[in-house]
Design a protein around this ligand. Structure first.
Ligand code: NAG
Length: 369
């Protein structure tokens, strides 16, 4: 045996060597293959995970959109409409004028003139204000939805990084979402009186000297509406519309929860405040100003179409006396503030390619903080 060993030592070593390195190569190859398939499996897991997250984000985003479209916007519009109806009451004025017609002695000529003059200013005020408010709300709700969607995306991605269970991911608190969306009522709750008086001032100035017998045709009406809007916009500071949608300082929000403890955890109130700050940043941007400007112009064009329809196409082209035009314009503001699902002003603005592009970019951007 030893003899054999001594004689074939070299051969044996070589043989084992060959076998060994073959085995080693095989092991290496096998290990590599296994690593490859492990990697592939990991990739597949990751892909599945990503897909799951993406579909969860999509589901949740759609849920926010649905809440905004089916609950928030209709509620906000209904509330705004009833307050405008209340504070710019044309029925009462018209009633007094009708009574004056039935009982010729109940109003002096001067009183009658003054009533008509008020009716003229309030009718235009209500119509142009309704147009502005509907356009602005339609955009504002979209701003909110996209800010919420952006938060949702960032929070979910962060949750993934620290391998938190998906359903435990730090999604935005539903209360904050609701509170944030509900803050669109600020316009009606706080902003409305100032908004009305601003539009009233602008309208009085533009309509000064316009008589009830003056003939309004399509061109004159269109120019008058644009002039009222321009006068309103040039009266305040740049971005004055911000003041109608949110308080000047963030500490005016209900922020009792922020001061309650020394905890460094962001409290629900401060998260809501952060959402509001982001909304403020978007509304203050020049891009938003451009979008608002474009949207208002489009809305005015759509409104002219509707008014032409209400008056009869040829009538308005040839021109009708202002006194006869007023009841149609009064009706127009009711159309402008109608239920969102049947309100084409909301849809027209949201379907504009520039508006869609603006919101796509907003959703994809990182919040300025
Ligand atoms: C409308 O009326 C104005 C002034 O009365 C006139 O200058 C203008 O040409 C008219 N427009 C049309 C389309 O008839």
């Amino acid at each position: 045996m030893w003899d054999f060993w001594r004689r074939h030592k070299r051969k044996v070593y070589v043989t084992f060597g060959v076998l060994g390195s073959g085995y080693l190569l095989y092991k290496l190859y096998d290990g590599h293959k296994r690593r490859l398939s492990d990697l592939e499996r990991e990739h597949a897991d990751e892909r599945r995970n990503e897909e799951l997250i993406r579909s969860q984000i999509k589901d949740h985003f759609e849920k926010i959109q649905t809440i905004a479209d089916s609950t928030t916007l209709p509620h906000v519009m209904r509330y705004l409409s009833s307050r405008i109806e209340e504070q710019l009451d044309l029925v009462h004025l018209t009633g007094r004028l009708m009574k004056g017609k039935d009982q010729p002695n109940s109003l002096t000529a001067a009183e009658k003139l003054e009533l008509w003059d008020t009716l003229k200013v309030l009718t235009f005020t209500r119509m142009v204000l309704s147009l502005w408010a509907t356009t602005m709300l339609s955009l504002y709700i979209r701003v909110q939805v996209n800010i919420l969607g952006r938060h949702l995306y960032i929070d979910t991605a962060r949750g993934l990084g620290s391998s938190i269970q998906l359903d435990e991911a730090d999604l935005i608190d539903r209360d904050d979402e609701q509170q944030f969306l509900a803050s669109a009522d600020y316009l009606t709750n706080v902003g409305l009186p100032t908004l009305i008086s601003s539009f009233e001032t602008a309208t009085s100035e533009v309509l000064k000297g316009k008589q009830l017998k003056d003939i309004f045709n399509t061109t004159v009406l269109h120019d008058t509406i644009l002039l009222i809007l321009d006068t309103f916009l040039s009266m305040g500071s740049p971005h004055q519309y911000l003041g109608f949608f949110m308080p000047e300082h963030s500490n005016l929000y209900n922020s009792a929860a922020t001061s309650s403890s020394g905890s460094t955890e962001p409290s629900p109130a401060s998260k809501f405040e952060q959402l509001m700050l982001e909304a403020r940043a978007v509304l203050s941007s020049s891009e938003f100003e451009n979008i608002l400007d474009m949207s208002l112009k489009t809305a005015v064009d759509v409104m002219m179409e509707d008014i032409r329809g209400l008056c009869g196409e040829t009538n308005l082209k040839l021109g009708i006396p202002l006194a006869k035009l007023l009841p149609r314009l009064a009706h127009m503001s009711r159309i402008l503030l109608g239920e969102p699902n049947r309100n084409r002003y909301i849809q027209v603005v949201q379907d504009m390619p520039e508006v869609e592009m603006f919101f796509t970019l907003l959703y994809a951007s990182t919040p300025a903080s």
